[in-house]
Design a binder for this molecule. Structure first.
Ligand code: NAD
Ligand code: DAU
Length: 350
């Protein structure tokens, strides 16, 4: 039986990866290590928490000594590292958490893997999950390739870029078997409602303003979260170590067009007359240093590993809306707590 560490498994993407691995690979023991920050929620994993091949460990990746103890105790065969501070707006108001978790935390895991695997690195893999934001911001044309020079522009993306460099440095310096993937914007069930799509779904439902930064002209390349989990599965099992793979939806939307589509879907789902929800759109102060456009070229992953996105955006968005409307308790549990304080600060004291 192989023992696989998944960090950040209680978060948005992590829970989909944990669920997939627990169900698809009964001969793997999946250890989900998560510190349960505001973004980590064990309710996301209720359906697999009793599986015999699943174990949860509450721990902070910033604690180097504890990480080494855990690596020695479990002798992991592989690591899929998702734990991170992930929200750009929070990185602007409180950057230090991003430095600790994303940079120091990643280095702690790399060190722990190197020390415990020192005598036999064969068949081991340290898989670092990263973002397209490390490449910076595109103009109207062009795509991000695996070879695009790094140009991060927010504290979040700079901390992720830094962690990517440390992962590659560990490959070159210590021969640690690593792989990195850089993915575009994910959407789908269990995403924390600080991010554009779930925040807007929740606001539309409660007839609250939908805050659009600037003029809503910024462009993102959206991918359904389960397609990301599928890519992670393929890369984990079939990658060439030392490589980087870009993952993207080939699905670019300006924020304003995306929100208009979402309003149309929500009107139908909530039996409101068409054109009701768009009236909630409210243009607010722009995000500082707001990257204009992200767009990924994923032809390496498609060509080498046969991956492709499974869902058209209209279908994925509808599935997502259905999930949020059917899981009101999940949303209410989040929005009734500390999140209220964050929301007030971010949107009402401008
Ligand atoms: P998320 O914020 O929903 O979840 C992060 C998880 O990490 C949470 O469960 C949190 O409790 C845990 N965590 C945070 N700090 C920790 C610490 N110090 N120790 C242990 N656990 C800690 O994030 P997400 O959106 O699921 O993103 C997961 C990963 O994927 C991140 O590395 C992010 O950079 C990357 N990524 C995200 C997207 C996206 O669109 N969401 C796209 C590309 C890449
Ligand atoms: O590209 C991958 C990245 O996508 C991940 O690395 C990040 O972890 C993830 O959070 C996401 O970053 P973005 O900043 O693109 O996502 P967010 O949902 O915060 O914002 C999407 C776009 O919508 C962005 O242009 C900012 C805008 N926006 C966002 C919010 C929260 C608004 O206009 N209003 C809002 O209230």
């Amino acid at each position: 039986m192989k023992t696989i560490l998944i960090t950040g498994g209680a978060g948005f993407i992590g829970n989909h990866v944990v669920r997939r691995f627990v169900r698809k690979y009964p001969d793997y023991k999946i250890v989900n290590l998560d510190n349960l920050t505001y973004a980590g929620n064990l309710a996301n994993l209720k359906d697999v928490e009793k599986a015999p091949n699943y174990e949860f460990v509450k721990a902070d990746i910033v604690d180097a000594k504890h990480m080494l103890e855990i690596f020695k105790q479990y002798n992991f065969d592989g690591v899929i590292h998702l734990a991170a501070e992930s929200h750009v707006d929070r990185s602007i108001s409180s950057p230090m958490e991003f430095i600790f978790t994303n940079i120091v935390g990643t280095m702690n895991l790399l060190n722990a893997a190197r020390i415990t695997w020192e005598n036999n690195m064969e068949n081991k893999l340290f898989y670092h999950i990263s973002t397209d934001e490390v490449y910076g911001s595109l103009g109207e044309l062009g795509l991000f390739y695996e070879t695009t020079a790094y140009d991060p522009r927010s504290p979040y993306s700079a901390s992720k870029a830094s962690s990517d460099h440390l992962v590659r440095a560990s490959f070159h310096t210590y021969k640690l078997p690593v792989v990195i993937s850089n993915c575009s914007n994910n959407y789908g069930p269990y995403q924390f409602p600080e991010k554009l799509i779930p925040l807007s779904i929740n606001n539309i439902k409660h007839n609250k303003p939908i805050p659009i930064y600037g003029k809503g002209e910024n462009i993102r390349d959206w991918l359904f979260v389960e397609d990301h989990a599928n890519a992670i599965d393929l890369i984990f099992h079939h990658c060439k170590t030392g490589e980087t793979y870009n993952i993207g939806g080939n699905n670019e939307w300006t924020n304003i067009d995306l929100i208009r589509l979402l309003c149309w879907v929500m009107d139908r789902k909530l039996n409101r007359p068409e054109g009701t929800s768009v009236q909630l759109i409210t243009f607010v102060k722009d995000r500082a240093g707001h990257d204009l456009r992200y767009a990924i070229d994923s032809s390496k992953l498609q060509g080498e590993l046969g991956w492709k996105p499974s869902l058209q955006f209209a279908e994925g968005l509808e599935k997502t809306v259905d999930w949020y409307l059917a899981n009101e308790d999940w949303m209410n549990n989040i929005t009734s707590g500390d999140y209220q304080g964050y929301y007030e600060k971010q949107y009402t004291k401008r």
